[in-house]
Design a protein around this ligand. Structure first.
Ligand SMILES: [Zn+2]
Ligand SMILES: [Zn+2]
Length: 109
């Protein structure tokens, strides 16, 4: 899901190295669900503003291994909450209930 502004970053040798490092650190395992990790995710998302800031972009502490599904969810929920926030509608989070079902819950701020 590389967007235009981050394309050259994702092609850089520095990124390839950090990515390898994080994959090895997290044992190629998704930190959310334990599946085989396929992607490395920035906890603080990359933006046009921070793409030049290596303390965010190349900081292993800001990186986690995720499988495709979990990675997709990370970004989707973020976008979703961002839209709601802009409209002044309460944010929601997804939690597991006592039966292990994923339920939507209003965030208590
Ligand atoms: Zn996962
Ligand atoms: Zn990501």
């Amino acid at each position: 899901m590389a967007r235009e502004f981050s394309k050259s970053f994702y092609n850089s040798i520095e990124w390839q190295r950090v990515r390898e490092y994080v994959m090895a650190r997290d044992h190629h395992t998704c930190v959310k669900c334990g599946a085989v990790a396929e992607e490395v995710h920035h906890i603080i998302h990359l933006t046009k503003e921070n793409i030049g800031d290596t303390s965010i972009t190349l900081n292993a502490d800001n990186l986690i291994c995720l499988c495709k599904d979990c990675h997709f969810k990370e970004h989707k929920e973020d976008k979703y909450n961002g839209t709601l926030k802009a409209k002044g509608i309460p944010e929601y989070e997804y939690v597991f209930d006592e039966n292990g079902m994923l339920v939507r819950k209003k965030k208590d701020n």
